[in-house]
Design a protein. Structure first.
Length: 395
């Protein structure tokens, strides 16, 4: 066991806003082997909330470094705005703490790569590093990954993901001054809502594109300066192609993930997984069929998956705790956060330069373009009173 208490992992949360609040509630009695011993937030009103709502023994800090050096915690859960994730993670490793970060891993891959380097050194001290990719607990995507990785689908030819049910109203963006600004959040739908899908896109298929061409619209549907509508096209080394379409401004939205391979097509939609399975693989049929018009026999198979959406955030918390206490393999290793972020960075950079972007991306070029947008921004955001929103039922 690698904790000071020996029996439980003592968690400290940095940032008790929307997600941090939810995690705080989970860590007060719902995760075996875990206990919340401290929270940290710069906002006095959130610390007052913690005093009212959390157990009296949970200590409260306004300074993250003070909490990290207090000796009160074994692990830190970072639930701050995105820019701070890598910086705080590196600092936590330096304090000898296990680290679990919220998604995304950061805003730009250069900082995340540096975080991963620090994590590699921390691993030599048996420190655990995870990321809150809770959709990896969803039985739909776990089964999808299993079918693809086992070769059941054959070689992948095409992926299409239409994920337009991330509806967000203007009031959502007005609830926090940092939201949907280049300086405060570093992006829009790709950084806030879609990190899950961008991760699942590569995690389920086991493939990263070789290049991306993307078209982002900035402030198309909402009074924000970052992207709220994206269409991206990807190409892979094996000749496969991919399409990724997302927005926060459509209602009703669609969530349909379609993957075509040599052996048929898998569709994930409406919480169902359907495998349109070819009796004869397409390459084999094409090589042997002599009848002119015709196509392989196809069976529609409804693939059974476990009920519900999986354990979600609490599943990741439970797995991370068990990884610290018992060496359980992580569902979402923190180092893998750079993959989805690479995809979103590539989409931004492609749109900014109006050109293809090769992967791995030019990290310095991306950071230069991002800083230009921050420095040249004339956007004045109108916000209402800052609010901590109820995230129940979101992902």
């Amino acid at each position: 066991m690698k904790t000071s208490s020996g029996e439980k992992v003592r968690f400290g949360i940095i940032g008790i806003g929307n997600m941090g609040t939810s995690h705080a509630k989970s860590l007060t009695g719902r995760i075996e082997g875990a206990v919340l011993t401290a929270v940290c937030d710069m906002r006095e009103q959130r610390l007052e909330w913690a005093e009212r709502e959390l157990p009296a023994e949970v200590k409260r800090y306004a300074d993250a470094a003070e909490m990290m050096g207090s000796g009160e915690i074994d692990a830190v859960l970072i639930a701050t705005p995105h820019y701070d994730h890598p910086t705080l993670a590196v600092e936590a490793f330096q304090h000898g703490l296990h680290v679990l970060i919220e998604k995304p891993a950061g805003v730009y891959t250069k900082a995340v790569r540096q975080m991963n380097e620090a994590a590699a050194k921390a691993a030599e001290q048996s420190l655990v590093f995870g990321i809150m990719y809770n959709q990896r607990t969803n039985p739909l995507y776990r089964k999808l990954r299993e079918l693809i990785q086992s070769g059941e689908l054959g070689e992948i030819r095409r992926t299409n993901w239409i994920i337009t049910n991330w509806y967000r109203s203007q009031s959502y963006y007005d609830s926090g001054g940092w939201r949907a600004t280049w300086e405060g959040e570093g992006g829009g739908v790709l950084l806030n809502q879609d990190p899950h899908q961008l991760d699942l896109w590569q995690w389920a298929t086991g493939m990263m594109p070789k290049r991306i061409r993307a078209f982002c619209s900035f402030g198309k549907y909402r009074k924000i300066e970052v992207e709220d509508d994206v269409t991206a096209y990807a190409e892979y080394e094996n000749g496969a192609t991919g399409l990724f379409v997302t927005t926060v401004g459509e209602a009703p939205g669609t969530n349909r993930f379609e993957i075509t391979g040599d052996n048929g097509k898998i569709v994930v939609e409406d919480d169902k997984l359907t495998f349109w399975r070819l009796r004869t693989p397409e390459p084999e049929f094409n090589a042997t069929y002599t009848g002119g018009f015709g196509q392989p026999e196809c069976w529609k198979c409804e693939i059974p998956v476990g009920g519900g959406g999986g354990e979600q955030h609490e599943g990741i918390l439970r797995n991370f705790t068990n990884a610290v206490l018992h060496g359980e393999a992580l569902i979402a290793p923190g180092e893998e956060g750079i993959r989805g972020l690479t995809l979103s960075n590539a989409m931004h950079l492609s749109s900014w330069t109006d050109d293809w972007v090769e992967l791995p991306i030019d990290e310095e070029a991306y950071l230069e373009k991002l800083n230009e947008r921050i420095e040249q921004s004339t956007f004045v955001k109108k916000t209402g009173p800052e609010a901590t929103l109820n995230v129940s039922g979101t992902h």
